[in-house]
Design a protein around this ligand. Structure first.
Ligand code: PEP
Ligand code: MG
Length: 589
């Protein structure tokens, strides 16, 4: 075989770690179904084949749903309910059978034709819910076709060797059929940190890079690959030298990971005794296991909108109460900060009739939506307040842009409290209420907002996109999305200073809190709480435990005088290498 040249592709880090192995290109081609005529007497056999394929597909989906619900929680399993609904759609299925009888063409040919017409109709509709269902229909349609034409089994489920999956995108169903044992990494052309693929990758703890744009064009099945999920890098056909280098760093990473886990029960405390809170972010109640396993001090961000996803109805107050109280109970005596519904932006929830917007991230989002829909907001607040006697709960509002919004939200909360008092329903009268600071206007008026808040949590994912005018989910401009940008650092510094001047604590729950390059600076700026994805907890703790607060302050002070994001990043990295040389080994890869 001709020796292929080493190539490096850059993408976005979705889940950290290094994977090395053969590429497995997930076939995105549609099946080619020939137009085959049938005779009248073959009709019953065709109908039987169709029914058998439907049954086999239903069984497959039910199995996946069960497995995913057990492994990753019912919320993730719920995704497959939509797939089952497609199979149970009798109109679609009857149309296939009646056309097959009339046109006397093979059932798979007719099925594919009917399916593509449905997809076309759905894609032209104005209904967002139906549009979202296109990928479900595609997914399920492929499964049914595979079962109809026989032999062709699910490519991913059948993977026998350890492989790195390369795909344009991965549907939840694709991700679910992956065998954790055999799929050791994955890479996708599209997607961002907030895509479902990235969330799944983190939960599965599989190194992953997304938003590579050209991965499916440049990578051939069977070629050797390195996926550096920590740095968002993919190396095709690595040379023996590169392989050796990455193998060494992979081993070091594993060893380092074990070593870091020894810190699990130690506090996040500087050498001279400054303690900070190190908590974790969760999407669904099932993520609590990982929070505990990584030794986080409770939950700094519970993204409740996931409870509203992949369904047509709105979760009832009781259903929400059960979820919130279960999470509160399982992390006690630590606390959970429940973030109220952050609908909108890239988190579109189809059950609410939100009109299509030109700029969804600047639109009818989060607290703006909740204030306009007090029925939905109150149900959530009631559920949270009722759960507040089951553990230690704090509440925070997303996307606060000014004082009026904060006051209005608090006024609605007061109404909720009052009605609970009247009903003699107990709740925590001293519950802490915080504002997320993720809009530049909120950062700039944080002195004013601090007077109405018990704490702040800086949402850097949004703060950075709004401050730098860089869409956080657009892989094409990801190079401009710089947490180390001096503009971002100044905003963060002023939020912390204003919070402290008003006597409240200031945390951070955006991805910047889990960015090891930023830890020393954030610590030096006086951040009180870091809330990160559970897998980053140990590394952040390791850094915090290696400096004095004076050292960190000096680093922050110098960093903030620098002129560009690149300069800040280089400086921060240099300091990190001086202070935590183990990190250097990891970063050099
Ligand atoms: C943020 O914006 O930083 C944040 C934590 O919230 P989300 O990522 O859910 O918008
Ligand atoms: Mg946000």
């Amino acid at each position: 075989m001709m020796k292929e040249k080493e190539r490096v592709l850059k993408g976005l880090s979705a889940a950290p770690g290094i994977a090395m192995g053969k590429a497995f290109l997930l076939d995105r081609e549609q099946y080619v179904i020939p137009r085959r005529t049938i005779k009248e007497d073959q009709i019953p056999a065709e109908i039987k084949r169709f029914r058998d394929a439907l049954m086999a597909t239903k069984n497959e989906i039910t199995d996946i749903k069960k497995r995913i619900s057990e492994e990753m929680g019912v919320e993730h399993g719920q995704i497959f309910s939509a797939h089952l609904l497609v199979i149970e759609d009798s109109i679609l299925m009857e149309e296939v059978i009646s056309r097959m009888k009339k046109e006397k063409l093979s059932i798979e040919y007719i099925f594919q034709d009917v399916l593509s017409k449905y997809i076309k109709v759905f894609s032209e509709m104005d209904d967002e819910y139906l549009k979202e269902r296109i990928s479900d229909i595609n997914d399920i349609g492929k499964r049914i076709l595979r079962n109809l034409i026989g032999a062709k089994e699910d490519a991913l489920a059948n993977v026998k060797d350890k492989v790195i999956v390369i795909a344009y995108d991965l549907s939840p169903s694709d991700t679910a059929t992956m065998h954790k044992k055999n799929v050791i990494g994955f890479v996708t052309d599209i997607g961002s940190r907030t895509s479902h693929t990235a969330i799944m990758a983190k939960s599965l703890e599989i190194p992953a890079v997304v938003g590579v744009e050209v991965a499916t064009k440049k990578v051939e099945s069977g070629c050797m690959l390195i996926v550096d999920g920590t740095h968002g890098v993919v190396i095709i056909n690595p040379t023996a030298k590169t392989l050796k280098k990455y193998e060494a760093s992979r081993k070091r990473l594993v060893e380092f990971g074990k070593h870091l886990m020894e810190l699990k029960d130690l506090p996040a405390e500087t050498l001279d005794g400054r303690k900070v809170m190190l908590s974790a972010n969760i999407e669904v109640p099932e993520d609590v296991a990982s929070v505990i396993a990584h030794g986080a001090q409770g939950i700094g961000l519970y993204r409740t909108e996931y409870l509203y996803m992949n369904r047509k109805d709105v979760p009832s107050e009781d259903e929400q109460f059960k979820a919130y109280s279960a999470v509160a109970k399982s992390v006690q005596p630590d606390s959970v900060i429940i973030r109220t519904l952050d609908l909108g932006g890239d988190k579109f929830l189809s059950q609410f009739e939100v009109p299509r917007e030109m700029n969804p991230f600047l639109g009818w989002r989060a607290i703006r939506f909740c204030l306009a829909r007090p029925d939905i907001f109150k149900a959530q607040l009631r559920a949270i307040m009722r759960a507040s006697t089951y553990g230690k709960i704090k509440i925070m509002y997303p996307m606060i842009s000014g004082l009026e919004e904060l006051k209005q939200a608090n006024a609605i909360l007061e109404e909720v409290k009052e009605s609970l008092r009247k009903e003699s329903v107990p709740f925590d009268e001293n519950i802490e209420i915080g504002a997320m600071i993720e809009v530049p206007s909120a950062a700039l008026t944080s002195d004013i907002l601090a007077k109405e808040s018990d704490f702040f949590s800086i949402g850097t994912n949004d703060l950075i996109q709004y401050a730098l005018a860089v869409d956080r989910v657009n892989e094409k401009i990801a190079y401009l999305y710089e947490p180390a940008h001096p503009g971002v650092l100044r905003l963060v510094r002023s939020i912390i200073e204003n919070g402290h001047a008003a006597g409240i604590w200031v945390g951070m729950c955006g991805e910047m809190a889990g960015d090891i390059n930023m830890t020393l600076i954030l610590l030096g700026l006086g951040l009180d709480e870091f809330s990160t994805s559970p897998i980053m907890i140990s590394e952040i703790k390791r850094i915090i435990r290696s400096v004095t607060i004076e050292q960190a302050k000096a680093i922050a002070q110098e960093a903030i005088t620098l002129s560009t994001g690149k300069e800040v990043e280089e400086f921060a990295r240099k300091k990190l290498m001086e202070i935590v040389p183990e990190m250097m080994l990891e970063m050099e890869g």
